[in-house]
Design a protein around this ligand. Sequence first.
Ligand SMILES: [Fe+2]
Length: 502
Amino acid sequence: MAMQTGDTSSTTTARRAERATGTPAVSAQQRAEWFKQAWRPTDRQDAYVMRSVEGEVPREIHGTLYRNGPSQRILPPQGYEALHLFDGDALVHAFRFDDGVVHYRGRFVENECYAIEQAAGRFCMDGFQTHAAEKTDKVLYRVQPNTNVVFHGGKLMALVENAFPFEIDARTLAPLGENDFGGRRLGMSVSAHPKIDGRTGQMVIHGYQPFEPYVQLYVVERDGRCSLAENVEAPFPGMMHDVAITENWVVLILPPVVIDGASLVSGAKTFQECMTWEPERGLLFGIRRREAGSPTRWLRAPTEGFIFHPGNAYEENGNILFDACTYVRGDNLLNDSLARWRSGRAWEGEWGARPFLYEIDPVEGRVRERQLDDRGAEFPRLDDRLVGYKNRFGYAVRLNRDERGADQPWTTVIKYDRNGGPSVAHDFGEGQFPSEPVFVPRTDTAAEDDGFVLCVVYDGPRDRSYVAVLDARNLGGPALAKCHLEHPIPMGFHGNFAPGLV
Ligand SMILES: [Fe+2]
């Protein structure tokens, strides 16, 4: 991700909608209701050709866009609204782009916990913040691989950060089983955010757990062979959602969200109840060389904060630069917004992340930071061929603002230019909520932004979802295509495009 202050639009979404349609903007309550609906579960596991298409799907897009997200099938007695945003059976969607036609398939990830709960017919494991009234004794804790879906080493893997990846069939999405990196597992889990080196194809992935050793690091080669598995010393057990890499370095991200491992392991408390926001610990970056046996050095950022997602990292003049979406008020996010997301009462006050650029001097051991924009943004992505190397362009969803300047759910995808060019926004319009933007190059050798941005969008007024294809070089222009699903699907979190896989 690369960012700069300002963008090409300055009015609110509501005003734009009003101007465009000549009709009054909808109420804030209506907008919140649509956004709440955008995350509602579905049971549907369909497979069909997406025949309802506006525009034309570029034939250069050849491969499958996989998306993952939560869609709880069996609700707790407390009801849907009691669930945390992170709760829900993993529902993977595959959009297969083949010769200008898009084929859809959706299927739940049928791991052990899923099978146990379906057989039991009741909510029988604690959720992220919801206690189960009558727990199964067949597993210790719930695993729902609903966060990301990644194709690497010939394997399609559904991921969540409290388990090892769960492999599914790339075509049918049928369950294949846990991938423990050829038996080289050291800890209880790995994150849902591997970083695949844009040049070497190596997959770098970390794991974290609330007891020592707190952190693990793995490298999986492009042929699927695990070539590095090491424990990493860390100062405290924190929530470490994502990681960044450069050509030579790994940057571990340890925010001051501390996890009480003893309570978590006892099963007495849910994950939500075991997290505390301790800003005095600071936001720490653990830098280490990628070679086996390298030591890790923990450095503190000037401002405390919580980070879910870095954009990209790279080296320049011996320093490590990386950008990230940083929640300066991590307590707002973790204690309020995410916990109340399902209820539709989550987005009050400043809860969104702000784009920051961090510059780490590994010799001096110093971190400098700069806030790049005062508008909130999340789900940063880039051309995956440049992961770990200097990129010019980044993509993200950008938060809307209400009349008082407060963060609101997003209807916009934005393209940032690290070279100082204007940011370009594509606003899908009132009640249209895009998921994480995924860039697909026009060809293997196309220039950095010569290609397409794919977004699954939830259309609130129609209660349907569609896949939008945007021209990355004309992001603010009309969508090249909108491929409509026959039903709404939950927005979900992350996904990736597997080129050539049809
Ligand atoms: Fe994530």
